[in-house]
Design a protein around this ligand. Structure first.
Ligand code: SDX
Length: 428
């Protein structure tokens, strides 16, 4: 391992320090590059840039490894539950029984929304996309919870974090209820975090809602699979918003807005719509040809990843969960058959092999969510619900970093050089 690299730039020989983490690629410390050379680095899309140091999540894209505080995602999905994973991501360790009971109790006591927030929903059309509602309502939380908006106070930061984790299921369920014209359901704190979400979503005042344990476990596992993922676009958005000192509710609303994009969290909705459009296995070759056609903007949604150049380990668990849930519910969905066949055909096609394009977390998730009863428009809202713990954990890590400063990238300017103003009368 080297401790520095040499660079000759602007006629100067520089020794740039190399920093090493606990695992993964070393980084070249270029913080003084501009001061020493008057030059910037250039990395649109940040394909080769580490924006921060973090101890929360580690991804080895070549090996298809995903660790949360060192624990492999497959083990967490199989043996843990979402409340435990929330504690792990936020506090760094799996909770003891007492810690878990206290954490779950704390979260359950923040599940209600201020009653006036319910009126926000009435301002939306019934057919508003749930992510539009999530952006609006989560941002509006900052108008109601000023007592936990002082980011310099660790206790207020943790209260805001607990509030966001606890209220996202309520906000998401209310968005769904509003879209179908059913009354909002109050949280029930005697249920698990995930069971409570299911009852707020699918329960009705007219009868007692019975949580299906198979669905509860599958939903809880889906939340675990979406909880955090290093410095992805929406997490980087939350960090950048937080670096200015914005309150946590506004930062998470910014993350929700970024996640909505079809290249990111919006891919789960787009992937199921794509599978339904393909419809039958015999039409798959036509769509694979389109995905390979440089002149066609179509891409296989749920395929490819900036970091994973191997199978996304979350997709592996997701596919197994589809089989379990469809089997337990006695549901057959031809779309699942199309997904399996599409994966097989794509992964044997030189184009996908050479470009190392594999299914990602979004490829199979829609099949399960649809089987449980969610409309495709709710899929990304569910991703946002689960990712909130990752966002707040990363935000806390950044804010508590004594070296933290506002994020302010530079650019390669390609516009006009200085010129004088031309009066209107002289313009042709
Ligand atoms: C998520 O970052 C994260 O961690 C995100 C996430 C998380 O948990 O936070 O994992 C969640 O966002 C998963 C990704 C969901 N998005 C999709 O499934 C949308 C479809 N996938 C792509 O748009 C794409 O793969 C991205 C956006 C995911 C990654 O894009 P990159 O890294 O910028 O790669 P690229 O666009 O430069 O693609 C490399 C090549 C290109 O061909 P060439 O220009 O080199 O010839 O692969 C091709 C692309 O055209 N390609 C695809 C493809 N994805 C990439 N071709 C067909 N179908 C695809 N899906």
């Amino acid at each position: 391992m080297t401790d520095s690299v040499k660079l000759n730039a602007a006629g100067k020989d520089l020794d740039l320090k190399v920093l090493s983490g606990s695992v993964g690629p070393d980084v070249i410390d270029i913080r003084k590059l501009y001061a020493q050379t008057g030059m910037f680095t250039y990395d649109p899309g940040f394909t080769s840039t580490a924006s921060c140091d973090s101890a929360i999540t580690y991804i080895d894209g070549d090996e298809g490894v995903l660790l949360h505080r060192g624990y492999p995602i497959g083990q967490l999905a199989e043996k843990s539950n979402f409340m435990e994973v929330c504690h792990l991501l936020l506090n760094g360790e799996l909770p003891t029984k007492d810690e878990l009971d206290k954490f779950s109790y704390t979260i359950s006591r923040h599940t209600m929304l201020h009653e006036q927030l319910a009126t926000f929903y009435r301002g939306f059309r019934r057919d508003a996309h749930p992510m539009a509602i999530m952006c609006g309502v989560v941002g509006a939380l900052s108008a109601f919870y000023q007592d936990s908006a002082d980011i310099t106070d660790p206790q207020q930061r943790m209260i805001a974090s607990h509030r966001l984790i606890a209220k996202m299921p309520t906000i998401a369920a209310m968005a769904y209820k509003y879209s179908i014209g059913q009354p909002f359901m109050s949280p029930k704190n005697n249920l698990s975090y995930t069971g409570n979400f299911l009852q707020m979503t699918f329960g009705v005042p007219a009868e007692e809602y019975v949580v299906n344990p198979v669905v509860e476990k599958a939903m809880d596992r889906i939340f675990i699979l979406h909880a955090d993922h290093e410095q992805n676009a929406s997490t980087s958005t939350v960090r950048l918003a937080g670096s200015s000192g914005a309150n946590p509710f506004a930062c998470i609303a910014a993350g929700i807005a970024c996640l909505w994009g079809p290249a990111h969290g919006g891919a789960n909705e787009a992937a199921l719509n794509m599978l339904r459009e393909i419809g039958t296995v015999d039409r798959i070759p036509e769509y694979i040809a389109r995905a390979k056609d440089k002149n066609d903007p179509f891409r296989l949604m749920g395929f490819g990843h900036r970091v994973y150049k191997n199978y996304d380990p979350r997709a592996t668990v997701m596919q197994q969960t589809v089989r379990e849930v469809l089997g337990e519910l006695g549901v057959t969905d031809p779309v699942f058959d199309v997904a399996i066949a599409l994966e097989e055909m794509a992964l044997s096609d030189p184009y996908f092999i050479e470009k190392k394009l594999f299914p990602n977390v979004d490829f199979y998730s829609g099949v399960i969510l649809s089987a449980i009863g969610f409309p495709t428009t709710m899929f990304t809202a569910l991703f946002a619900l689960a990712r909130t713990v990752g966002w707040v954990a990363q935000w806390n890590e950044m804010i508590s970093d004594p070296e933290q400063k506002i994020g302010r990238p530079r650019q390669l300017y390609t516009g006009p050089t200085q010129r004088d103003f031309v009066p209107l009368a002289d313009r042709t």
